[in-house]
Design a protein around this ligand. Sequence first.
Ligand code: AMP
Ligand code: GLY
Length: 426
Amino acid sequence: MNILLIGSGGREHAFAWKLTQSKLCDKLFIAPGNAGTASCGINLPVAVTDFELLSAACISNKVDLILVGPEEPLVKGVFDYFKNNPATQHITVIGPSKEASQLEGSKAFAKAFMQRHNIPTAAYGEFTIDNYTDGVEYIKAHSLPIVLKADGLAAGKGVLICQHTLEALSEFELMLHRSKFGDAGKKVVVEEFLKGIELSVFVLTDGENYLLLPEAKDYKRVGEGDTGLNTGGMGAVSPLPFADAPFLQKVKEKIIEPTIAGLKKDKLEYKGFIFFGLMNDDGEPKVIEYNCRMGDPETEVVIPRIKNDLVELLQATAQQKLHEITIDTDPRFAAAVVAVSGGYPGDYKTDITIQGLEDDVLENSLVFQSGTKQQSGEVVTNGGRVLVVTSFGDTISEAAEQSNYMMEQLYFEGMYYRSDIGYEFP
Ligand code: AMP
Ligand code: GLY
C-alpha cells in the first residue's frame, strides 16, 4: 500500500525508517518531511495543516493510509476532513478524530474527561474571564507549588509551575486579561503540583483494544542535570528500570483501560497512538497530560525497540484487530540524544551546514534527522532540534555513552547536546 506520513521531525524520520522496512509499504510519502525522511521516501512540499493540498496529494499518489505525526493537524481535524470527503473517505487515517484530539488540544477537556471516568490526576479548577475572581480565590487558598496551564495548544510553553502565590496571581492575570498565550490562554486550568518521577507511556488503540508499547522517559530541560529552560525534548531512554511489572499493571488498570473505555462511552472516535504523560508518585501513577500522538524524541527510542511490522500494526488498528497481535520488543536499552542549534529553545540560526552525516554509523546506533533540509546538495539546519542519535546497549548508560560517542562524529556550528542523558540510571 501507499502511505503518507505527516510531519517533519525526528519522530517522523524514525517512523519513516520503520515504515520502509515493511513489505506492505509500496510507496512512502512524507509531508513535508526533512532531509532525513528524503532517504526513506518522497517528501512532498505540503504543510501539515493544508488539508486541501494533502488530500489532493493523496488522491494523485493513490495513498491508502495516512499516519499523522504531530498534534496540530489532528487537533485541527485532519481525521474528520478525510472521513467527510467522499473522494478521500476510503483512506485510513491513523489518529483520533477532531473531538477526541481535544484530549491534547484542551487541558480543560482532558481534566473533565479524567474526572468523569475516575482516572487519577491532579485536583484542579478551570477559569475564564467570567469567573476570574473565583480563580483568584482558588489560587490564594491553594498550597504551593501551584500549576497554571493555558487550556489550548501553546507550543509546549503553556504550563507554568509557580513557587509563590503572587507569581501565580500575576501569571493568571497575564493569561486571562492580557492574552499571554493568545486564544490558548483564554481558559486556564489551575492544578495541584504532583511530585514523583515522570514517565511517558504509549499505547496504540483501535478504539476497542490496545497494545502497550515500550515506555520512555524524556529529558525536557535544555541543560545538563535537568537545568535551564524547557524544550521539546533533549533526549529519551527506554525501557525504565522503575517501571516494573506491578507498576505497569497499575497503569493499565487505573489509567489506560479506563481511558479507552471512556473514549468508547463518550463516543470519541480514536484509532491511533495515545501518549500518557504520567507521574509515578511512590508507585502510584497519575496522569499529567494526554497527547494524541507519539512523543518526540520518545518515538526515536520506542519505535526502534518494536520488532513488529509497523504497517501491520497500523492495518490492525484500522481493522479493529489489535487483539490479534502481540508486541515483540527488543529487550535492550535504547538512549536517544538530541543535538540542537545554539540558542535553542530561544532564537537560533538556520541554514548551517551539517558535517559527518555521510560517515559510517556505528553498529547499534541510528541517526535520525529533525530540523534539517537539503540545500545546494548539502544537508543544512532548519530548526531548533536538528539531529537525534539513538543507540542500543545492555544498560542505559552503555546506550547513552554510544550515542554521545556517535554525536562527536557529527558537527554543525553552534551544535549543542546534553551528554548526561540517562544520568540517573548508572
Ligand atoms: P505539558 O505541557 O502538559 O507537557 O507540561 C509540561 C511539564 O510540566 C510536564 O512534563 C511536567 O514536567 C510539568 N507538569 C505539568 N503539570 C504538572 C503537575 N500537575 N505537577 C507537576 N508537574 C507538572
Ligand atoms: N517529548 C514530549 C512531546 O513530544 O510532547
